[in-house]
Design a protein around this ligand. Structure first.
Ligand code: AMP
Ligand code: GLY
Length: 468
């Protein structure tokens, strides 16, 4: 740990005693688990959470509609929380952060205006261009602009570029088509624009970039940013990155191909300029700013921004943060991250690999109500985060969502973390369970031993009990 980081973690920042986490998926389970273990945090309230999340000691679930700002405010006031952390994008877009802030509560999560950086890909491109942040070449089109969109598709193709079509607006990671060829791109254009009103962007046509991807998520206080450990998501449903895009089927951290110095440089060239541009527009950004990057041969390029922690990235990142998170979250929410906070927060020396277990039918309409077997066996040697489960009458849990669980294995290197995650995932079963078997396989050593050197970092944080 650097001396600066040590100062930041020495307890000079106030610690919130009671924290409200809004949301109820795997990311929120990881947040609640992480915060409930921290010194000085007396209670974590999760709204609405789930029975699985509330099985963590010190965590209480309160049923509420997370998209109803007044209802969330009432929960925050009744529970007398000192800090609110908003997990998913939908409450941000619904103005929950705005409402809570107007009532004087410290909130991690941007207001609806700044959250458009995620909800509108066209807005993200516009802000990035104004901030001088490199993204793929792109143009946005509204209803009635099929011809213009096809002309831009042809122009990209003529320039030797592949084509990516993206729906403008929230699509839970599923509104993106990476096109195989010009003909399929041209054929798909109308499906994005048909029936859409002229004016507001409905389709973003982008040049296709190549390279490994990385998620660099920074905690931001309006002007300052401190990155969490970097992670890599696996967005396609099937092994070998085949099949449809999903919200994310697994993740790992750290990244052998992205050093802390490179991540710190990304904070300087991506996060900080975006924060400055949003502040200049009068919509300062306080919350997690997620940069989805492609590490191209010409350097990192921003693919997308999210206004929150990634899911399942959070499940592998949060266990690796080697500084008390609760005081940093409160400082960010108050606009008071320390001036000397490191651009990349200290991380444990271990690695984490997370595998998502999804229900039959995902990423389409998932089947619910399948009894889940093997949870206790899996939790013996891995973290098990609940994403879409419901308790069963006679005990145990059943599937209740698309992504059902994320199991996270930890170990001294990615190979051993991966082996633990695989063993835990193997222990769990239900009818129609879908998962990938190649999470983090891309960075295994030549012999598959996973002996990728991680470099010396801070000593590992104590490993608590499994969260479920
Ligand atoms: P997004 O929701 O924008 O992150 O896109 C989802 C996934 O589509 C990304 O994680 C990439 O794998 C892929 N993708 C998005 N934009 C591009 C691009 N410009 N070039 C190549 N792949 C892309
Ligand atoms: N895992 C990607 C996301 O949360 O958007």
């Amino acid at each position: 740990m650097t001396s600066r980081a040590r100062r930041a973690s020495r307890g000079t920042l106030p610690v919130p005693r009671r924290v409200l986490v809004v949301g109820g998926g795997g990311r929120e389970h990881a947040l609640a688990w992480c915060l409930a273990r921290e010194a000085g945090v007396a209670e974590v309230v999760v709204a609405p959470g789930s029975a699985g999340i509330a099985s963590v000691g010190g965590v209480r679930a309160v049923p509420v509609d997370p998209l109803d700002p007044e209802a969330v405010l009432a929960v925050a006031r009744t529970a007398a929380v000192d800090l609110v952390v908003i997990g998913p994008e939908a409450p941000l877009g619904a103005g929950v952060a705005d409402r809570l802030r107007a009532d004087g509560l410290p909130v991690v999560g941007p207001g609806a205006a700044a959250a458009r950086i995620e909800t509108s890909k066209a807005f993200c491109h516009e802000v990035a261009a104004a901030a001088g942040v490199r993204m793929a070449r792109a143009r946005a089109f509204g209803g009635g602009e099929e011809d213009a969109a096809r002309a831009f598709v042809r122009a990209l193709d003529a320039a030797g570029r592949g084509i990516v079509l993206k729906a403008d607006g929230l699509a839970a990671g599923k509104g993106v088509v990476v096109c195989d060829d010009l003909a399929s791109a041209l054929a798909l254009v109308p499906s994005f624009l048909h029936g859409r009103p002229p004016g507001p962007p409905a389709l973003v046509v982008e040049e296709r970039l190549a390279g490994p991807e990385a998620s660099v998520i920074a905690l931001c206080d309006g002007t300052r940013a401190a990155a969490l450990p970097a992670a890599r998501d696996h967005k396609r449903l099937g092994d070998g990155d085949r099949g449809p895009n999903t919200g994310g089927m697994g993740a790992y951290s750290p990244l052998p191909d992205l050093s802390d110095a490179a991540a710190a440089a990304i904070v300087g060239t991506v996060h900080l300029p975006i924060l400055a541009e949003l502040a200049r527009r009068g919509t300062p950004y306080r919350g997690f700013l997620y940069a989805g990057l492609m590490l191209t041969a010409d350097g990192p390029a921003l693919l997308e921004c999210n206004a929150r922690l990634g899911d399942p990235e959070a499940q592998v990142i949060l266990p690796r943060v080697a500084a008390p998170l609760a005081p940093l979250l409160l400082a960010a929410a108050l606009g008071r991250l320390p001036d000397d906070a490191p651009r990349v927060l200290p991380a444990t020396a271990d690695a984490a690999v997370g595998i998502v277990l999804a229900a039959a039918g995902y990423p389409g309409d998932p089947r619910r109500g399948d009894p889940i077997g093997g949870l206790a066996a899996a939790a013996a040697d891995a973290l098990v985060f609940h994403a879409g489960t419901a308790p069963r009458a006679g005990g145990g849990y059943e599937t209740n969502g698309g992504r059902v669980l994320a199991v996270v294995g930890r170990g001294p290197d990615l190979g051993r973390a991966r082996a633990r995650a695989e063993a835990a995932a193997d222990a769990i079963a239900w009818e129609g369970l879908q998962r990938r078997r190649d999470i983090a396989r891309d960075v295994m050593g030549a012999g598959g031993a996973g002996d990728v050197a991680l470099g010396a970092r801070a000593p590992a944080a104590p490993v608590g009990g499994a969260p479920a």
